[in-house]
Design a protein around this ligand. Structure first.
Ligand code: GH3
Ligand code: MG
Ligand code: MG
Ligand code: MG
Ligand code: MG
Length: 313
């Protein structure tokens, strides 16, 4: 079914990929029982730097996907021994959702409803063989572009614009997962809440833009000090950190390092030197994230009423 290569189609994809600034080093899995088809599809894709892997039936494709969760696009034939395309797609969809992998079904024998069956079982798209290169490349780009948009929207929805830290939504998404992980691996964990002291005064004295610079500053310090923890901007000038696999002594000492580093920092903004402090509340592990938050919040309140610029556990 190999169609004649057209220089136009090739140039078209190159232009599209460049314009969209798509990551070309994307992993693509080609599933087809015909060796000629696998070679041909691989050739079309690897000409554009896609990293192509192949599997000769649905079961082999599934095995590959289990081991390689970084595959972004799957192109699959329908009629194959061991496991056909429709079954493969529905099994693959139990492993990966449409925001993780795009799937294009491919077949020469479209008995009318095959494209519908592919899409109903979880494929994003369908191509009928023989296809022209231009259509093939258009669909590949379209599906990858869609995936990248979805991933970008997810990233934006979970990121705080000012600090580029995760936001509250990110925290409530990641923290319960982390807690489950710690419980199953019998590791200890803890949660800290951090609030800037007298932040209203910073805004009043130096202006709101200076306040923003201070918020960005503490975010940078936390990112540097806690690269493997889940750090989030929880609200205005309030932050939350979930520590995994952490003994209380070591976490409290790291939190005090944070407190001291902030106390010692001087931020220059509009020729003014700004200094500030933070108060911290800490909660040891408990199965319930809401309970940990309220314990940490009470401890934070203690830090505030005891004179601020301190850690309470
Ligand atoms: P305390 O020591 O008790 O925490 O005093 P505080 O002044 O920090 O108290 P409070 O938490 O009530 O004040 C928070 C202030 O933070 C109020 C709000 O105007 C300001 N704020 C919230 N988000 C932002 C932001 O993104 N940028 C700036 N510049 N200010 C913000
Ligand atoms: Mg086949
Ligand atoms: Mg076939
Ligand atoms: Mg405050
Ligand atoms: Mg506050």
């Amino acid at each position: 079914y190999i169609p004649k290569e057209t220089a136009q189609a090739y140039a078209y994809l190159g232009k599209l990929l460049t314009r969209l600034k798509l990551n070309r080093y994307i992993k693509v899995l080609v599933v087809d029982d015909s060796k000629a088809a696998r070679l041909y599809l691989s050739h079309l894709l690897s000409r554009h730097q896609f990293q192509v892997s192949v599997a000769e039936n649905g079961q082999a494709g599934l095995d590959y996907l289990v081991e390689n969760p970084d595959v972004k696009l799957v192109i699959t034939d329908n009629e194959m021994p061991v496991m056909g395309g429709i079954k493969f797609v529905s099994e693959a969809r139990k492993l990966y959702t449409k925001d993780q992998i795009s799937i294009i079904g491919l077949s020469g024998n479209d008995a009318g409803s095959l494209s519908a069956r592919f899409i109903k079982s979880g494929a994003n798209d369908f191509l009928k063989k023989p296809f022209c290169h231009e259509e093939f490349y258009c669909r590949v780009v379209q599906n990858i572009e869609h995936l990248e948009y979805v991933n970008r929207i997810q990233m934006l929805a979970n990121t705080d614009y000012l600090t580029k830290l995760g936001n509250r939504r990110y925290f409530f998404d990641k923290a319960p997962e982390a807690i489950k992980r710690c419980i199953s691996q019998q590791q200890s964990y803890g949660l800290a809440m951090i609030d800037i002291d007298h932040f209203k005064k910073i805004n009043d004295v130096y202006g709101h833009d200076a306040g923003d610079v201070v918020i960005a500053h503490i975010a940078d310090v936390m990112r540097k000090l806690f690269p493997s923890a889940i750090v989030a901007r929880f609200g205005g000038e309030e932050f939350c950190i979930l520590f995994e696999d952490a003994s209380i002594e070591s976490v409290l000492s790291e939190l005090d390092t944070l407190r001291r580093e902030i106390e010692a920092s001087e931020i220059t903004f509009n020729q003014e030197n700004i200094r500030y402090t933070i108060s911290i509340g800490y909660s040891e592990q408990s199965e319930n994230i809401d309970l940990m938050l309220s314990i940490a919040d009470n401890a934070l309140y203690q830090s505030k009423t005891n004179g601020r610029n301190q850690v309470t556990a």
